[in-house]
Design a protein around this ligand. Structure first.
Ligand SMILES: Cc1ncc(COP(=O)(O)O)c(C=O)c1O
Length: 388
């Protein structure tokens, strides 16, 4: 199981014999409504043996209320909050855990900012193999509960995500653990590229003009871009001129900072400080690749503040009925900034990726919401409220 190139020590990628893949738009009629519908472009020898909880094929929600507010004609929300464990991380997890089983590994695990923990634990439960989750000790309590309830062993590391990553990586080879985002990472990222496939399919086999991606390690952003590129390789897309934009929370935005300063090297953030804890990776493993994708595609990078993120969570919920965790608030806030400064124009088709469910992080908004009005159980008590 090789995950790093022996010569340059860079990550290894899965490649496919695109010429041998025979797919047309009609191939997808009647296929399973999960990401395994793209099985020819996923790295499992026998897709019939996938550890599948139904991740993927989530709604591409055509915005009305938010689009009107922002003055956009074609705004779409890729609503990945409705995956089996309520974040997009079910996509890489289904592929990585399936691959771990194919490799005959006896346990899986991951360092996580929270969402991958739940996704890996859920798929490990489905596969009935042990699961070890390493998280920074300050992540949102609901995320620890969620991983634990699936039966995983959760280890809260006194430190940052990068500390959790380092200790688990050291233990992985020693204890033969398939760490989904470390030694099975090459396969793991393949699951996320289906977020490119689905958007193109849902837009009638077209790539959007602009995609806004909440970004931590940079893996998701690179994977979405790979998804569009592969559809061109196999002839399902004619062209792709999608500008790809990274959105990170101020306080942990190393990729955005490098982009804005015009630098190629990413300076790690030692102590991340953002309400978007799921994006709080100070030393992004795929940061340099993500930076190149953003620049090559003529995209942007934005780093909204905590208050902009909270306002955006509420705005999305009120205008579209979609409740996101802070990571999704980061992409909506970045969208808002880019519309306000004229970088995104009215006629462009824009897909905003909303990747995690708000029920995981109620504490992010709770203190800023109006309190319920407490009344006596009598009709008279309602008059001042309902006749306002
Ligand atoms: C909800 C959510 N969105 C986006 C991301 C960013 O993913 P990546 O680390 O691949 O950039 C994460 C990472 O944990 C996440 O949890």
């Amino acid at each position: 199981m090789r995950h790093i190139c022996d010569e340059c020590f860079g990550p290894v990628d899965v490649s496919y014999d695109y010429g041998a893949i025979n797919l047309t738009r009609n191939s997808f009629h009647g296929r399973v409504k999960s990401l395994w519908r793209y099985k020819e472009l996923l790295p499992l020898r026998d897709p019939g043996k996938a550890v599948d909880l139904g991740a993927g094929y989530t709604p591409l929600h055509k915005s009305i209320g938010l689009a009107e507010r922002l003055g956009l004609k074609k705004l779409y929300i890729k609503n990945d909050t409705v995956n089996p464990s309520f974040s997009f991380k079910d996509r890489p997890a289904t592929v990585a855990v399936s691959k771990a089983i194919e490799f005959n590994l006896k346990a899986v695990g991951c360092p996580s900012t929270g969402n991958l923990a739940a996704a890996t634990a859920a798929h490990a439960a489905r596969a009935q193999i042990p699961c070890y989750i390493f998280v920074p000790s300050d992540i949102e309590p609901n995320k620890i509960i969620q991983a634990s309830v699936y039966g995983a062993q959760v280890v809260a590391v006194k430190g940052t995500y990068d500390d959790a990553n380092r200790v688990l990586t050291q233990a992985a080879d020693l204890y033969k653990i398939g760490v989904v985002n470390v030694n099975i990472r090459s396969y793991y990222v393949e699951g996320s590229k289906t977020l490119g496939f689905e958007v193109a399919e849902q837009l009638g086999w077209e790539a959007p003009d602009h995609a806004i991606v909440p970004t931590a390690s940079g893996a998701l952003l690179c994977a979405i871009s790979k998804g569009f590129e592969e559809l061109i390789e196999v002839g399902l897309l004619k062209e792709c001129n999608t500008k790809i934009t990274a959105a990170q929370g101020a306080g942990c935005a190393p990729i955005v900072e490098a982009f804005k300063k015009g630098e190629d090297v990413i300076t790690p953030i030692e102590t991340p400080k953002t309400i978007a804890k799921s994006l709080a990776i100070g030393d992004p493993g795929d940061g340099a690749y993500a930076l190149r994708k953003i620049r090559d595609s003529k995209g942007y990078a934005e780093d909204p503040t905590d208050q902009e993120i909270i306002d955006s969570i509420r705005l999305l919920a009120k205008t579209e009925g979609i409740y996101t965790e802070p990571a999704g608030g980061v992409s909506i806030a970045a969208l808002k900034r880019l519309v306000d400064d004229g970088s995104i124009s009215r006629d462009e088709s824009v897909v905003c990726y909303v990747t995690g469910n708000g029920l995981k992080t109620p504490e992010a908004v709770a203190s800023q919401l109006p309190k319920p009005i407490v009344v006596e159980p009598e009709i008279q008590a309602l008059i001042p409220i309902l006749s306002r």
